[in-house]
Each structure stands twice: as structure tokens, then as C-alpha cells.
Design a protein. Structure first.
Lengths: 267, 575
């Protein structure tokens, strides 16, 4: 039952398939939907049936002059409350798995560190995670791996290793943005002055796309986010190359500036 | 007051002596202004009510046109109909117009017209304050729309900081928005105080709290909620104004402020605002359903009590709009549970309406059809609301088209359908003529089909990742079909609304004469002629039950020995 609607992901249920938290949110949503459907059918059914069955007809029965029914009213109040208690319990059952980052899978990236979302409590199942600082700016995302040798910043596309729990520390430097990759779990607001956290753990290499989910100015619609997941070994290679690229670019910049200063173009 | 009130038997006697009404002749008075001047200077709650309704429905049409332009822009991927700046301005104007200039004040319009009539009063408690409320609203609208000629605001109807701060929105549009907020707040607060004073003090003899019509209950709670919630918005808007112009840093993290403070203050107003808008709609449904089902309302006390319960709970749920902000999980859990609790009294209302229809003798007039649509459509918004209250689910669907669909099911499917039910129901009282049933039913089906076509697919667009407030999307996103359906639906919906607008204009001169009580209704506004005279009641009947008109009918039946066609106060012979 819970697996069946997977074909409907993105149509009547949220996206899933990239990370366990997205899958858990999807499952929670499907459970709520399954509880909601009978309530929906009951209300619509009684409404439509009453409208048809009790429409005014010549020689029809007199309307029943009922002003209330205390046992009935108490029972639907209690019934509605019970359904919500059930929903609350189910939510709390899933909450831990959705909110707290689990350990990386075997074969994950080795350079990862300990971290947790809800500090100071320790990570639930222990194990290393990869920390990424995400900074929203009009209209792009900037990424940095604070625990890996730098400089290692990048823009637009976030490269991460598979099988590794990645904890994002999300903030913004101008207006509020919102980080969201639907297949990798829920969104978190990037708010200036605050650090907001979320996580994902990707099993399959691939590109996962999303876009800013908080109105951030005229080009809000163009503020895209891409996560590219690669095998841990490939990630290490990419990181090494990326670092060298940045260092070379910085060197080239320094040389250019010195040359232009010699020519008197710049100070 | 006391001298003017009469026992029901006296009222009935008055009905029978219709040929010779009492007459008071006044001397030395200035003649009442005529023509347009009479509208400018009026303090009559009915005329103010009508001006409110005309003005707010005008704003509804303007906001609707903005919505249609938004839908046109989104009809296909990579569309270039409007610029990104204009799109954000349209989104902001649409939301702000519908909330501040249409929905809240349109309720004030209905309430102005109806509350004194329903409680058996001759006017509002403070008639001049009432006129002040209306004119302030007009100037709020002019202030806001004047920004079209400069730079319209473009930070969304929520005007989140820092986007709305001077660094990111240096133009005057946000200032126009702030001033509109202040003016509508003054207007609404003055109106709320007036309703509270009127309902507490000016009820007809015998109209105890247990006999107060449910619409009046909802207006009383609407008023109290306005008084509780609006100051928070005013304070926030003032702080934003000083941040923008006088160097304060309430919302600027660089100066030690917090962008989250804005969100807390805004939503502390913003969530009660939802119930400010929807509770009176519930009130309209609670009036209309029993009249056309020919049954008393089921569970009067439960409906009245749930209105109070919803209002109380509504001030405890604001942060469910902030589930994606950096906030501790325990806080999120609290607001999830408080939002759950509010679903219970809301559910009670829906069950009570279903039970009111059950075993009735339902007459399919236009007001009934529109009112019966509310439980059917609102339940969809209610269910998606419970889903949104579950904060891990909200993390996925927050700020997407799922939310857009949710609140349109609540405020359009629930709200606007009930509002139009109220329009068809009370139009004959206001104008003396019935609106066309045929056009009314045509309008209903166009609106019902158009509404669902517009908003049902938006759930799917949101679930597949489409955020709100984006001016554009790529063809590869797969959202093209949803948006095309939605745009087609929105135009069907728009035509449906225009049919009702046309109906209202056409029926003004050509509608069937309504008489005092065309629906055979329950409440006191149907006791007076349509349209009512300036003083409303020559004699105020004593109220003995929730359905005073039925008592009066029974009385006429027992004294005259035959069913009463209409029971109404005598009409003064025209000279």
C-alpha cells in the first residue's frame, strides 16, 4: 500500500527517491493521504447524497425539525480529535528519521566529520558526515566544505559524494532564500543572520535539481540549485582538481593585476 | 428604545392595521441631501454597507484581473508576457488587494448592512465612525493603487524583510503598501469597535446570546479578532517604515535586528486574519442552509461555540507559516499540535452543516447552491491544511503551488462561494428585487468548474516542485500542462464571476420584485420592507427564539386563521 503510489510521486504525492528523508516524508504523506481519503469521501458523500435525496419534491416528506443530537455531536468531536491524535503519533514516529541525519553508508566519503543538525545532541547513529556551508545570494547559491582543505568554494552546482551523509548549514547574505531539492527532502529557509540545517544522503550518482523557494527579488524564478552526486573516489578527484583550479585562477588574477599595475591601468 | 419595542402580539396587530401607520411630523429640519451628495454625507448603515460592497467588489474585480494576467503569464513555459518586475508587482497587488481591500472589508460591508437589521437595531452604535471607516478604506485603496503610477510594491503580500527593506526595495511601492496597511487597519479597527458596541448593546428585546443569529455571532468574533490581531501588523509595518527611512534596524541583522521578527509579527496577525475572513463566511452558510433546507440549524450552540474556539486557537498557531525558518523542533511541534486542534472545531461546523441538510426539504435556489459548495470545497482546503500542519510534510510543500491551491480552496472555494451565496441571498433585501435564478445557476456552474480546474491541478504542480511566485519556468520542468489547465480554468472562473456581476447590474432594474421576505427566512432583516426604510424598524418586535420570523408567522396564522403570506412591518403609504 505504501509502495504502490510511488508512480504518483510529484502528482498526488511529494517527490522522493534521492535521499532517505525525502522517502520518509513521502511515506508520512501517503499515510496521511490514506487517512484523509475516507474523511473526504464521507463529507462529499453525505453532502451530495443529502442534496439529492432531500431535495424538495411535491408531496415529499416534511423536513425534520431537529435542532441537535448531543451524543452524535460529542462522538464526531471525539472522533475528529482521535484522528488528529493518530496523525500526531505517526508524525512523531517518523520525525526522528526525517529530522536527524543518519550515519553515512559503508563505502562513503572518508574525509567526512562528525556533525548533527540539532546540536548539541550527538548524531543519532554516529558516524561521519560531510559538512557543507550553503549561502544564498541574489540569485545563486555558494557552497563551501569547511572541513576539507580549501579553498574549495563553488557556485550553482553542489558536488557531493554518494553514500555519504551531507549536512548543509544554510544561510544567506542579502535577502531570505529557501534551499530546496525536492528529491532530496524538505526545504530550509536561508535567512540572513541565522544558520539553518538540513541533510541528505544520496545513494545513486546523478543530478538533482531544485530552485529557490522564497521570493527573493525579480529573478527569484532563475535562482536554480543543482546537486551533482558522484562516487566518493570521483568526489576526491574532483575536489583536488577544483582546489587546483581555484588556486591557479587566484594566481592568474594576481599576475594580471601586477601586470596591469605595471602598465598603470590599475593601482 | 423601550417605548418603541412591542410584544409580538402588538407587532401582529400593527401588521393588521397596515392602512393607518403612526406618523411623526418634524419641523425646522434641514432637508436631507439628495443625489450623489446624499451618498457622500450619509451615516445610514445600509447606504454605507452598499458603498462598502460596491467598492470592495470593484477591488475584487481588479484583483481578479491581476490574477488572470498572472495565469496568462504562466500558461506556457518561458513566457514573456510580463517582465519579472511586473510579475512580482502583480503577485503583490493581487494578494494585498484580495486580503486587505476585498475580503476583510467586504465582510464589513455585509455586516454593516445586516447586523443592525438582524439584531433589530435602527443603526450602528456610532454612525459617523461607520462612515469614517468606509472613507478611510477608500483612501487606503487609492493610496495603494496610486503606486501603479510610480513603482508598485513587489515583495509579495507578506512583504518579508529584508527584501522589503530599503536596501532591496528602494522604491516607494513598499511605502504605499505600508500606508495602505495603516489605513485599512484604522478602517477595520474603527469598524470592529462599532460592531462590538452595536452587537453588545443594541439587540432587540429578548435577543439573548442564545438567540443571536449565527452570522451576527461570526461578525462579533470577527470584530474581536480584528482588535486582537491588527495591532501586531500595524506595529510591524511601522517598524518597517522606520527601518526604511529613519535608520532603525528592527529587521536588519547587520544592525542586530532579525528578519524572523517580521515573520512572527506578521503571522501573529496573519493567521487570525485567515479566520477573520473565513468565520463570517461560515456565518453566511449557517444562515442560508437552514432557510433553504426548511430546518433549524443543527447544533446552534456547537456552531457558535466552535466560532469562539476557532478564534481563540487562531492566535496560537501563527508559526505554522514558519516551519522552514531556523526554529527549534520543539517549537515546530507545538505549532503543529495547536494547528491540529483548530481542525476539530472546524470539522464540527462542517458536520453540523451536513446534519442541517440531512432530512431537510432542500430548495435549490442560487444562494443554497453557493452555500452548499462551501463544505464541499472547504473540506479539500481543510485536509490539505492538516497536511501542511504536519511540519515534515510542510518542509516539502511549503511555498509551493500546493500552498497556493490550499489557501485558494479555503478562501475562494470556502470564502468567495459563501460570499456570493450571501450576495444572492441578501440582494433582494438591499434592492427590493431578486437576482435572476437562471443566470445565478449558470454563474455557479461556471465558477465551480472553473475554480476546480484552476486550483486542483495546482496541488500537483506544487508536489512536483513548482514554487510560488515564480514568473517563469522551463519546459523541462514538466509543469506546462498543469499551468495550462489552470489558466483555462481561471478564465472559466472569471466568466462565472462576470455573469454574477452582470446579474447584479441587470436585476437592479429588471429583477423580479422581491417583497419583504422572498425566501421565507428566519431572521429579523426580513421583517422590514425591501429595501428597508432609513430607520429600519418602526416597531421592534420582541424576539422569543432563534427564528423570530417563524414565531411571527405562527402568530399571524393563529390570529388570522390562515397561513401568512408575508409577515412584515407595515409600509408607509407613499405620497
Amino acid at each position: 500500500m505504501l509502495a504502490a503510489p510511488s508512480a504518483f510521486a510529484g502528482v498526488i504525492t511529494p517527490e522522493k527517491g534521492g535521499s532517505p528523508n525525502a522517502d520518509d516524508i513521502h511515506t508520512l504523506y501517503v499515510i496521511v493521504l490514506i487517512i484523509a481519503i475516507p474523511i473526504f469521501l464521507l463529507v462529499e458523500g453525505v453532502l451530495i447524497w443529502s442534496l439529492i435525496r432531500y431535495r424538495r419534491r411535491k408531496g415529499g416528506p416534511q423536513p425534520a425539525q431537529i435542532r441537535g443530537n448531543t451524543p452524535l455531536e460529542i462522538s464526531w468531536t471525539v472522533g475528529a480529535a482521535l484522528i488528529l491524535v493518530v496523525l500526531g503519533v505517526i508524525t512523531f514516529v517518523y520525525l526522528d528519521d526525517i529530522g536527524n541525519p543518519p550515519a553515512s553508508l559503508p563505502g562513503g566519503f572518508q574525509g567526512a566529520q562528525f556533525a548533527t543538525i540539532d546540536q548539541p545532541s550527538p548524531p543519532r547513529s554516529g558516524g561521519p558526515t560531510l559538512r557543507v556551508r550553503v549561502n544564498g545570494q541574489q540569485y545563486l547559491w555558494r557552497y563551501e566544505y569547511p572541513d576539507l582543505p580549501g579553498p574549495n568554494y563553488s557556485y550553482y552546482e553542489l558536488v557531493v559524494p554518494t553514500k555519504t551523509t551531507v549536512v548543509l548549514e544554510v544561510t544567506a547574505s542579502d535577502v531570505i532564500h529557501s534551499w530546496w531539492i525536492p528529491k532530496l527532502g524538505g526545504k530550509v529557509d536561508a535567512t540572513p543572520g541565522y544558520v539553518n540545517k538540513t541533510w541528505f544522503r544520496i545513494s545513486k550518482p546523478g543530478r538533482y535539481v531544485g530552485q529557490c523557494a522564497e521570493l527573493c527579488g525579480p529573478n527569484h524564478a532563475d535562482m536554480r540549485a543543482v546537486v551533482r552526486a558522484v562516487e566518493p573516489a570521483e568526489f576526491e578527484a574532483w575536489l583536488r582538481r577544483h582546489r587546483i583550479d581555484i588556486l591557479e585562477a587566484q594566481q592568474a588574477l594576481a599576475q594580471q593585476r601586477q601586470e596591469r599595475a605595471r602598465r598603470g591601468d590599475v593601482q | 428604545m423601550e417605548a418603541a419595542t412591542v410584544a409580538p402580539s402588538d407587532a401582529v396587530r400593527a401588521v393588521r392595521k397596515a392602512a393607518s401607520p403612526p406618523e411623526v411630523v418634524m419641523h425646522g429640519l434641514r432637508p436631507a441631501p439628495r443625489g450623489w451628495l446624499s451618498w457622500l454625507t450619509t451615516t445610514d448603515h445600509k447606504r454605507i454597507g452598499i458603498m462598502y460592497l460596491v467598492l470592495t467588489f470593484t477591488f475584487f474585480l481588479i484583483g481578479g484581473v491581476e490574477a488572470l494576467i498572472i495565469r496568462l503569464q504562466l500558461a506556457q513555459p518561458d513566457n514573456t508576457l510580463v517582465t519579472p518586475e511586473a510579475y512580482n508587482a502583480l503577485v503583490t497587488m493581487h494578494g494585498s488587494t484580495m486580503i486587505f481591500l476585498f475580503f476583510v472589508p467586504v465582510i464589513a460591508g455585509f455586516a454593516n448592512y445586516l447586523v443592525p437589521l438582524m439584531i433589530g437595531a435602527r443603526d450602528m452604535a456610532f454612525p459617523r465612525l461607520n462612515a469614517f471607516s468606509f472613507w478611510t478604506l477608500l483612501f487606503a485603496g487609492i493610496t495603494f493603487y496610486a503606486s501603479l503610477f510610480f513603482h508598485p510594491p513587489a515583495a509579495g503580500w507578506t512583504s518579508y524583510t529584508p527584501l522589503s527593506d530599503d536596501a532591496f526595495s528602494p522604491d516607494g511601492g513598499i511605502d504605499a503598501w505600508i500606508l495602505m496597511i495603516h489605513l485599512t487597519t484604522i478602517s477595520s479597527l474603527a469598524g470592529a469597535v462599532n460592531f462590538i458596541a452595536t452587537i453588545h448593546n443594541m439587540r432587540a428585546p429578548g435577543m439573548t446570546w442564545g438567540r443571536l443569529p449565527l452570522f451576527v455571532w461570526s461578525i462579533l468574533i470577527y470584530s474581536y479578532l480584528l482588535v486582537l490581531a491588527l495591532p501586531s501588523l500595524s506595529a510591524a509595518a511601522t517598524m518597517l517604515l522606520t527601518d526604511r527611512h529613519f535608520g532603525t534596524a528592527f529587521f536588519d541583522p547587520a544592525g542586530g535586528g532579525s528578519p524572523l521578527l517580521w515573520q512572527h509579527l506578521f503571522w501573529f496577525f496573519g493567521h487570525p486574519e485567515v479566520y477573520i475572513m473565513i468565520l463570517p463566511m461560515f456565518g453566511i452558510v449557517s444562515e442560508v442552509l437552514p432557510v433553504f433546507a426548511r430546518k433549524p440549524i443543527f447544533g446552534y450552540k456547537a456552531i457558535a461555540a466552535s466560532t469562539v474556539a476557532i478564534a481563540f486557537l487562531s492566535i496560537l498557531v501563527w508559526a505554522h507559516h514558519m516551519f522552514t525558518t531556523p526554529t527549534a523542533e520543539v517549537v515546530l511541534a507545538f505549532f503543529m499540535l495547536s494547528s491540529f486542534v483548530i481542525a476539530v472545531p472546524t470539522g464540527i461546523k462542517i458536520f453540523n452543516w451536513l446534519a442541517t441538510l440531512w432530512r431537510g426539504s432542500i430548495e435549490f435556489k442560487t444562494p443554497l447552491i453557493f452555500a452548499a459548495a462551501l463544505p464541499g470545497l472547504f473540506v479539500i482546503g481543510g485536509i490539505s491544511g492538516v497536511m501542511l500542519a504536519i511540519f515534515p510534510i510542510d518542509w516539502q510543500v511549503h511555498d509551493t503551488y500546493f500552498v497556493v491551491a490550499h489557501f485558494h480552496y479555503v478562501l475562494f472555494g470556502g470564502g468567495a462561494f459563501a460570499l456570493i451565496a450571501g450576495l444572492y441571498y441578501w440582494y433582494p433585501k438591499m434592492t427590493g428585487r431578486l437576482m435572476s435564478e437562471r443566470l445565478g445557476k449558470l454563474s455557479f456552474w461556471l465558477m465551480f468548474i472553473g475554480f476546480n480546474a484552476t486550483f486542483l491541478v495546482q496541488h500537483s504542480a506544487g508536489l512536483s516542485g513548482m514554487p510560488r511566485r515564480i514568473y517563469d519556468y522551463a519546459a523541462s520542468s514538466g509543469w506546462g500542462d498543469y499551468n495550462l489547465i489552470s489558466t483555462i480554468g481561471s478564465f472559466i472562473l472569471g466568466i462565472g464571476v462576470l455573469v454574477t456581476v452582470f446579474n447584479a447590474a441587470w436585476s437592479l432594474k429588471r429583477g423580479q420584485i422581491a417583497g419583504n421576505d422572498p425566501w421565507h427566512a428566519n431572521t429579523l432583516e426580513w421583517f422590514v420592507p425591501s429595501p428597508p426604510p432609513e430607520n429600519n424598524f418602526d416597531q421592534i418586535p420582541r424576539v422569543r427564539s432563534l427564528e423570530p420570523m417563524q414565531d411571527l408567522r405562527a402568530q399571524v396564522r393563529s390570529t388570522q386563521g390562515q397561513p401568512a403570506g408575508t409577515v412584515a412591518q407595515p409600509v408607509a403609504p407613499t405620497r
